[in-house]
Design a protein around this ligand. Structure first.
Ligand SMILES: *[C@@H]1O[C@H](CO)[C@@H](O)[C@H](O)[C@H]1NC(C)=O
Ligand SMILES: *[C@@H]1O[C@H](CO)[C@@H](O)[C@H](O)[C@H]1NC(C)=O
Ligand SMILES: *[C@@H]1O[C@H](CO)[C@@H](O)[C@H](O)[C@H]1NC(C)=O
Ligand SMILES: *[C@@H]1O[C@H](CO)[C@@H](O)[C@H](O)[C@H]1NC(C)=O
Ligand SMILES: *[C@@H]1O[C@H](CO)[C@@H](O)[C@H](O)[C@H]1NC(C)=O
Length: 308
């Protein structure tokens, strides 16, 4: 009789040492991990009881009772939980103090909807999609990203890229009317949210700003400035996939600027300017046939006109 009991107890203890996963709970060495949402109510169940009542401890100390807490039989309900209530909750036999079971309580929020943006900065080489989660969840949150062209097979973004918050789609289909579909899913123990983003590659072209922008006075030209720049270094082939440029300029002290648009050249002479004035200039790049969006503005450069 005693031998039998010992064997059963031994088998139970072995079981407790095995890692088991059931519905979002992890059990390691007899400690169950439970996840709760901040601001909600949670009920902790006392397992393995041999009694209809039990006592609860938090981090091995008696729990300070508040009105936001309710003990019903062996279950402990916490109302409107907050971060300060995380910890190891254990329930005990009232007389002997022996532990029935232990719950490690972790609190946070389910993930919010991922904010996703896709751009082709290196057109026609690739499309880069990136995302961020609106709010901190305080819990380990996984991101899973898949994409497909039309109704083709879903492809997974590499987990390495995914960890860094972006997904690079290579070998893209150019000049197609069939959209790509990208799905970003954020998952944590409290739930999951997905965002689906559809795009046509040519509509999301967005070059980086032009580089090496400079402006200088022209000797003996009191109303003109020489502006020079280079195509964005990330634009793979400016001679095949032409760019056009927008130039924005304004004199010192003015709140109004003038804008001009020119095609496929990397220098320009601004004329008809106010003599002696200091001028500020910025340049932006855009796909030659107006696909997609204009780049951000380059850094601002400035020069004063040649004094006459
Ligand atoms: C938590 O429990 C209280 C009392 O039973 C109830 O009034 C409240 O609506 C519950 N809150 C949530 C978020 O379920
Ligand atoms: C967190 O909850 C405990 C217990 O309900 C309460 O005493 C405490 O004031 C709360 N703290 C905050 C910051 O809400
Ligand atoms: C309980 O212990 C854990 C881990 O040491 C700690 O993070 C938590 O703040 C403690 N909880 C309370 C309520 O003291
Ligand atoms: C993010 O947090 C802010 C402020 O705490 C809150 O107002 C907003 O509803 C949260 N958004 C989501 C998606 O949870
Ligand atoms: C990622 O999501 C896809 C589609 O939603 C699903 O088939 C796949 O199993 C998920 N992968 C992981 C690691 O969660």
């Amino acid at each position: 009789m005693y031998l039998k009991l010992t064997i059963i107890l031994g088998a139970m203890m072995l079981l407790l040492n095995i890692l088991v996963t059931t519905e979002g709970q992890t059990v390691v060495d007899g400690v169950t991990t439970e996840y709760g949402q901040i601001g909600r109510n949670i009920t902790l169940l006392c397992k393995n009881t041999d009694n209809s009542v039990a006592e609860w401890q938090l981090n091995d100390s008696e729990i300070i009772r508040t009105k936001d807490m309710e003990l019903t039989g062996t279950s402990l309900t916490l109302f409107n939980i907050n971060e300060s209530q995380e910890g190891r909750y254990s329930c005990h036999n009232l007389e002997s103090g022996n532990v029935y079971s232990t719950v490690s309580l972790l609190l946070g929020y389910p993930p919010g909807k991922p904010q996703v943006a896709c751009w082709s900065v290196r057109y026609p080489l690739n499309v880069v999609c990136s995302w961020k989660l609106e709010n901190q969840t305080y819990l380990p949150t996984r991101i899973n990203v898949t994409y497909r062209y039309g109704i083709g097979d879903a492809e997974h973004c590499s987990s390495e890229e995914t960890l860094q918050g972006n997904c690079i789609i290579e070998d893209i289909q150019l000049f197609s009317k069939i959209p790509y579909t990208l799905k970003v899913t954020a998952t944590n123990p409290l739930g999951f949210r997905s965002t689906i983003n559809q795009f046509i590659v040519e509509k999301i072209i967005k070059p980086d700003p032009p580089t090496d922008v400079s402006v200088s006075p022209i000797p003996n030209q009191a109303r003109k400035l020489l502006l020079q720049w280079n195509p964005p270094v990330t634009w793979p082939d400016p001679s095949l996939f032409l760019l056009k440029y927008r130039i924005k300029y304004w004199p010192e002290g003015s709140t109004r600027h003038r804008m001009i648009e020119i095609s496929d050249q990397t220098s320009y002479i601004l004329s008809g300017l106010r003599s002696r004035a200091l001028y500020f200039v910025q340049v932006a790049a855009k796909d030659f046939v107006d696909n997609g969006a204009s780049s951000d503005w380059s850094v601002t450069v400035s020069a004063r006109l040649w004094p006459n």
